[in-house]
Ligand binder design. Structure first.
Ligand code: NAP
Ligand code: MG
Length: 483
């Protein structure tokens, strides 16, 4: 595995100048997992210079050869899957079984984009003039700065670097300060796979403002790939405006989960529980944020949901059978709890959980009893804001038209889910929801093969699918005058 105390810049494992470090903590018990190099100005400069220098050769390598290297990375990640998953659980807290699934999914982006690299074809356009020829091609955009969050320490990294590298770009990655270890381990794998030096660099730091000021505005950086909160994204957009740096954003969400009277009851119930609680304990941008139940089914659905939630096992990630781990830090736990308290204050009823877990194995971690709230209304903060944790607000609706309107009444537009057995309704609702990802009788999220991204304030651009690699290219039109 990587030397977790050093950054990976220009093919070398380096300390920060003056040996500065920051602590990475296990959210399940507060213990220090590693001390990681705390990069600053000089390392930012070095990493960008390395990415810039490596771009020339990497960008002209045959796409098939770039793809072969990426397939090697995929293979090594597969071999080390459990080792990587262990790091994910250590630094992020999610259950080990879930971490294994995450790494398994994350490595698949290398496979998908290794293949996509070979299909980045252009066009030959029929000319309106006999003496001219036109062709259109895609070229790698240049050195990329990637900034990723802590909730999927492996997937958020590979979903950006795999398409960027496949397209022929070089990358400086700044992983979340809470979860840099998985990123460093992936860097080590790219080194073993034989990626040329400088092609992929990992800059670890907890000075994110400095990153905003010096990495993201660096004149040699041609593209920013950012996943994180909408507020930070807006700030980055403002600073990027100075150089019109290209942007891809995956930002916050406020996913509605709609259960119609005619739904497959069991499928909807299981889908709702899974999409609310079983993705990093609710700390995922596509997690159900508002669960709308049609009145005719509400009396049956709500108690069944409460019963299912009561059975979920909250435990440290390495404990067998754990389904919900700790929240990432106290700030996140306090935010979830304050949304629950606010809802109760405004008339909602807390029917299950909704309190800190502090005894025994929970004592030193950020554990929270999964909350279920009934009688929630759209104007409550818990229905308006991204909860990002294990709290489920249940809302009741009467008609299809009403629920579509309520589901769309948000500045976010990342993911939405609904369950119905009426085919015409399925098509109507899928078309009307203003969201980038719509699960129709499905709550499993996305795959490598489809584009993923948000409408409105949930993002810009798409990751995955054919679109994922296009984001890291510029389009060039060549006009040839035959004379
Ligand atoms: P965040 O605070 O926005 O941080 C995301 C990343 O940006 C981290 O690496 C962070 O560094 C860095 N950062 C923070 N402030 C910065 C600044 N001023 N300039 C440059 N970089 C800065 O988000 P988070 O709390 O880690 O993650 C939760 C959010 O991410 C949620 O809103 C969630 O919806 C969103 N998210 C979206 C998707 C998606 O695909 N749409 C996926 C996952 C998460 P530090 O770690 O050092 O703070
Ligand atoms: Mg943050």
């Amino acid at each position: 595995m990587a030397d977790l105390e050093r950054m990976y810049i220009n093919g070398e494992w380096v300390h920060a100048d003056a040996g500065a470090t920051f602590d990475v903590k296990n959210p399940a018990d507060g213990s220090i997992v590693a001390k990681v190099a705390n990069g600053a100005g000089p390392e930012i400069q070095r990493a960008v210079t390395a990415a810039h220098a490596a771009f020339r050769e990497w960008s002209v390598l045959a796409p098939k050869d770039r793809g072969s290297l990426l397939l090697k990375v995929q293979e090594l990640m597969q071999e080390r899957r459990d080792e990587l998953a262990r790091l994910v659980t250590l630094e992020n807290g999610k259950p080990f079984e879930e971490a294994k699934k995450e790494v398994q999914f994350a490595l698949g982006y290398f496979g998908w984009f290794a293949e996509e690299a070979r299909r980045m074809s252009g066009e030959w356009i029929p000319s309106p003039q006999p003496s001219k020829r036109y062709w259109v091609l895609r070229q790698p955009i240049g050195p990329v700065a990637a900034v990723t969050p802590w909730n999927f320490p492996a997937t958020m990294v590979t979903r950006k670097i795999a398409p960027a590298l496949a397209a022929g770009c070089t990358v400086v990655l700044k992983p979340a300060s809470a979860t840099p270890l998985t990123a460093l381990a992936i860097a080590r794998i790219t080194e073993v796979a034989g990626l040329p030096k400088g092609v992929f660099n990992v800059l670890t730091t907890n000075r994110s403002r400095l990153v905003g000021a010096e990495l993201l505005t660096h004149p040699l950086i041609r593209k920013i790939g950012f996943t994180g909160s909408t507020d930070v994204g807006k700030g980055i957009m403002e600073t990027a405006a100075k150089q019109v740096t290209r942007l891809s954003f995956e930002l916050g969400g406020n996913a509605p989960f709609i259960v119609f009277d005619d739904a497959d009851f069991q499928a909807a119930l299981e889908g709702a529980v899974a999409m609310k609680f079983l993705r990093v304990g609710g700390q995922s941008c596509i997690c159900a944020n508002r669960i709308y139940v049609q009145r005719g089914i509400a009396e049956r659905f709500i108690p069944a949901f409460v019963e299912a939630v009561a059975k979920l096992k909250v435990a440290p990630g390495f404990e067998p059978g754990a389904q919900i781990g700790p929240l990432i830090n106290e700030e996140t736990r306090a935010k979830v709890h304050s949304l629950v308290e606010d809802a109760v204050k405004h008339g909602a009823k807390l029917v299950s959980g909704g309190r800190y877990l502090t005894d025994g194995a929970y004592a030193k971690g950020f554990f929270y009893a999964p909350a279920v709230l009934t009688g929630v209304s759209d104007d409550m903060a818990i229905a308006q804001e991204e909860i990002f944790g294990p709290a489920a607000p249940l809302l009741v609706f009467d008609t299809e038209e009403e629920v579509v309107q309520r589901a769309n009444a948000t500045k976010f537009g990342l993911a939405a889910y609904f369950y119905t057995r009426d085919l015409a309704r399925l098509v109507r609702v899928a078309e009307q929801l203003e969201y980038g990802l719509v699960g129709a009788n499905d709550a499993t999220g996305y795959t490598h093969e489809i584009p993923f991204g948000g409408f409105k304030e949930s993002g810009l651009g798409r990751e995955g699918g054919h679109e994922g690699i296009a984001e890291y290219t510029e389009v060039k039109s060549v006009v040839v005058n035959l004379g």
